[in-house]
Write a protein that binds this ligand. Structure first.
Ligand code: NAP
Ligand code: GLV
Length: 349
């Protein structure tokens, strides 16, 4: 349920600095056609019509700083050094109460805080909108059902005019393992479970996600992998998870497994994926993300029939919803409430 936005007379102006750039290919923004600063400002204003949103466009100029331009909050859709320089200048002028990153993955921004440690003084909040979780769950369900109902087989059979119907598979032949049981992994687990798949989750800390018992930590990874005929990666990109989708991990999966990397290209070793596909260890790789985005023409993944490329669209940020999510959090913050999705800079997510 969206939060009821109430106006309190003493806090009816929200001063927000907005940082964005036009062509954030890594987050697929070009195709979204509306990530520019004016668009974000317009969405912020309509998310919060009862407040006066005083949003300023950046980068800052020396003149604007001299004139005392300041903000309480910053909303960031780009992680560049120029953006950090501006955030630091603003923060020195009057302390920022928090920085909201429009995006679920914050690996680029976390990397910048390591180079600009003063930013660690400011709470950093990411996007944990339910809409993107729903989009991600729909995406995974689509490809899991395609695998279970042999869609690839019948499309190849038609291309070669081969009439050879298969026996129907059972969903129990496709146990799913989800790496990461957070906002997205949890929603995917819920949707797949509701649709009859057997799901297990692997995460960093002990606990439950989507009501399921989870495996956790390096010790339980082999057990988790041994039952993951469909392996979904929804981990954040951190020091621990970078490059995790590689040869020795694939070796622990059942033969002919399907891998879906829906998190970051840096999680996967492309050579190892291609080799595992060639050897039949993997039967299909659904890659929403890839080492280089946009994918260059010469990339081997374009021509590989066992790789599906979905161009970083599995759960594209819906800027309007993200703005609404951040405005709700700003209002909660103003009222001293605890807000979700604060980034733990030590852990990197
Ligand atoms: P999240 O809520 O922060 O969840 C992260 C999950 O990963 C948590 O369950 C966490 O475990 C687990 N984890 C972290 N480090 C781990 C480790 N070393 N070993 C095992 N588990 C570990 O993140 P989210 O919102 O679900 O998003 C996940 C990622 O999806 C983002 O970081 C982003 O890169 C990607 N993404 C992709 C798209 C797209 O369109 N393709 C869209 C949005 C996001 P604990 O629960 O124990 O903390
Ligand atoms: C998209 O990949 C995001 O992290 O929001």
């Amino acid at each position: 349920m969206p939060r009821q936005i109430k106006l309190t007379p003493s806090t009816h102006v929200l001063r927000i600095a907005v940082f964005s750039n036009e062509n954030n290919h890594k987050l697929g923004d070009k195709a979204l056609g509306g990530n520019n600063q004016e668009y974000i400002i317009q969405e912020l204003k309509s998310a919060c019509s009862e407040y006066t949103v005083k949003a300023d466009v950046f980068p800052l100029t020396a003149k604007s700083l001299k004139e005392g331009l300041n903000a309480d909050y910053a909303i960031v859709r780009c992680a560049t050094q120029e953006c950090c320089d501006n955030l630091i200048a603003l923060h020195k002028q009057s302390p920022l109460k928090s920085i909201f990153v429009i995006g679920a993955g914050v690996n680029d921004f976390v990397a910048l805080t390591r180079k600009n440690p003063i930013l660690k003084e400011i709470p950093i909040i990411r996007n944990d909108n339910q809409d993107i979780a729903e989009d991600m769950a729909d995406f995974v369900l689509t490809y899991a059902l395609m695998a279970y109902r042999d869609v690839g087989y019948y499309s190849d059979a038609k291309a070669s005019k081969k009439y050879a119907p298969l026996e129907l598979s059972k969903k129990s032949d496709f146990p799913v393992g989800i790496m990461g049981g957070g906002n997205l992994g949890g929603a995917v687990a819920e949707k797949l479970t509701a649709n009859g798949f057997n799901v297990s989750i692997w995460k960093r800390t002990l606990g439950k996600a989507a009501g399921l018992k989870c495996l956790y930590g390096k010790e339980q990874l082999p057990e988790f992998l041994s039952k993951a005929n469909i392996l979904i990666n929804l981990l954040p990109l951190t020091k621990e998870t970078s490059g995790i989708l590689k040869k020795d991990l694939f070796a622990q999966l059942p033969n002919k497994s399907i891998v879906m990397n829906l998190a970051r290209g840096e999680h996967q070793n492309m050579q190892d994926i291609i080799e595992a596909l060639n050897k039949g260890k993997l039967s299909l790789a659904v890659l929403d993300v890839i080492d280089e985005e946009p994918i260059p023409q010469h990339h081997a993944a374009w021509d590989n029939p066992k790789i599906i490329l979905t161009q970083h669209t599995a759960a594209k940020t819906r800027i309007d919803r993200a703005c609404r999510n951040h405005i709700e959090k700003i209002l909660a913050f103003q009222q001293g409430e605890k807000i979700s999705a604060r980034v733990d800079l030590e852990q990197g997510y």
